[in-house]
Design a protein around this ligand. Structure first.
Ligand code: RM4
Ligand code: MN
Ligand code: MN
Length: 438
């Protein structure tokens, strides 16, 4: 997996540091791997298949998640954090080096603006990092921008503002084309704060008209991901508020338009795994933003609060993979903001949670499950999921990482490398820089 043109000299963690840390843990790892292999073999599962599937999984990193995030109250910068898109790519390559799971980065414009995208692409290739879906940003005003997005962008009441937002999206597609991306994710902050502020139907009609112009500009092999969000920054109504509106828009636009599910963008207690199943059933599940949340937040580390939900989501994804027979190819990405941790460590943990949920979903006995469901044997049907979820798959994940050149214990290895402290010596410290989400 990943990209082949990796220049060894460009790697963030010296391979000998990984080798040394792996040596320390190898004996115990191999014993755990053999024990898990024996356990799975009793259930007629070949651990080698699971490892191969995990090695084939790819999850994009959010460029905006590489810098310390913040809340609307404060941001606590981390010495040694990246200050531009090149340094963000360096940090992405560290996550990929240690996990083997994250060969691409999803860029956000204009946050990641630079003057030479051919050079950026080459820099990425040298670091083993490619480019995932491009994100446009029409939820903020940028310096020098003619018209404000205070009252909306693609759905704005005035045509010139909508046109400006459309043009920004077209530029994002052009940049993405140069970088080798294959999709654009459109999330807008448009909505209203007061009943009466917006007419629901007109706003959506204007949004669709704008999005048609963006859709027409897509290269033939590109997809457009529509990302819904129930609220924030608009607190009364949002133009694309839920998966229902999202799928209606995607169906209206055409085949290249699909829905993107961000785990943190739903009403509390919504059954997200069902949304995943419905979108997949109708061929409209295009992308995923992994994260976790407890209340109204949408940026905590994947699997940190509700790992069972993450597993249930993957259970639906695996089921859709089986039904789709190769045609189901959603684009998996993380969308997190790290306010109090080193972003690299949070992403290493999230990678483990995501790969672990996938591995657990792969070991669900689907034949038995179907039988129990047909017989209405509720406890045993539930246990098919429950027992898979409770299986400790860490040794299989570690083996997938080792075989990709990564670490048995990514965080321990990362700390042993002193990567961040070394970067703090050479990177320009900028306490005013935001991950975007401040
Ligand atoms: C939004 C949404 C988008 C992300 C921005 C920064 O809540 O999740 O995907 O680009 O945040
Ligand atoms: Mn998102
Ligand atoms: Mn979000």
């Amino acid at each position: 997996m990943g990209f082949v043109a990796i220049d060894r000299a460009m790697l963030g963690i010296p391979p000998e540091v990984i080798a040394k840390d792996n040596d320390r843990l190898m004996e115990a790892h191999l014993a755990d791997y053999a024990a898990l292999g024996a356990r799975l073999a009793r259930e007629n599962i070949d651990i080698e298949d699971i490892v191969a599937r995990v090695m084939a999984l790819e999850v994009g990193l959010p460029s905006w998640g590489m810098v310390s995030g913040g809340t609307r109250f404060a941001r606590f910068p981390l010495p040694g954090e990246p200050v531009d898109v090149y340094e963000k790519l360096e940090d992405c390559s560290v996550v990929h080096q240690l996990t083997g799971l994250t060969p691409r980065v999803s860029l956000h414009f204009p946050w990641d603006k630079t003057d030479d995208y051919v050079a950026l692409r080459q820099f990425g290739e040298a670091h083993g990092i490619g480019f995932d879906a491009i994100n446009s940003n029409t939820f903020q005003d940028q310096a020098g921008q003619k018209r404000s997005y205070k009252f909306g962008s693609l759905s704005h009441s005035q045509a010139q503002t909508r046109q400006q937002a459309i043009e920004h999206n077209l530029q994002c597609i052009d940049i993405g084309h140069t970088l080798g991306s294959k999709a654009i994710t459109v999330w807008i902050g448009d909505g209203s704060n007061f009943p009466g502020q917006c007419e629901f139907t007109d706003s959506l009609e204007r949004y669709l008209d704008s999005l048609r112009a963006v859709y027409r500009h897509l290269p033939h092999d590109w997809r457009l991901f529509i990302e819904h969000k129930m609220y924030e920054p608009a607190f009364y109504s949002t133009v694309v508020q839920d998966w229902g509106t999202s799928i209606l828009c995607a169906q209206t636009l055409g085949d290249k338009a699909q829905c993107l599910v961000d785990l943190g963008h739903h009403a509390p207690n919504v059954n997200i795994e069902m949304i995943v199943a419905r979108l997949a059933q109708f061929g409209k599940l295009g992308g995923f933003h992994f994260n976790d949340s407890k209340y109204g937040d949408d940026d905590l580390d994947s699997g940190s609060v509700n790992p069972f939900q993450l597993f249930l989501v993957f259970n639906e994804l695996v089921s859709a993979e089986i039904r789709g027979k190769g045609s189901f190819r959603p684009s998996y990405m993380m969308d997190q903001s790290h306010n109090v941790t080193d972003p690299i460590e949070s992403l290493l943990n999230s990678a483990r949670a995501i790969a672990g949920s996938y591995a657990k979903a792969l070991i669900v006995d689907r034949v038995a499950l179907k039988g129990y469901q047909a017989d209405n044997d509720v406890i045993m049907a539930h246990n098919c999921l429950r027992l898979a979820f409770e299986t400790d798959v860490r040794a299989a994940l570690a083996m997938a990482r080792v075989r990709s050149g990564g670490a048995i214990d990514p965080i321990a290895c990362y700390r042993a490398s002193s990567y961040r402290a070394l970067k703090a010596e050479v990177r320009h410290y900028n306490p005013n820089l935001g991950g975007g989400i401040v």
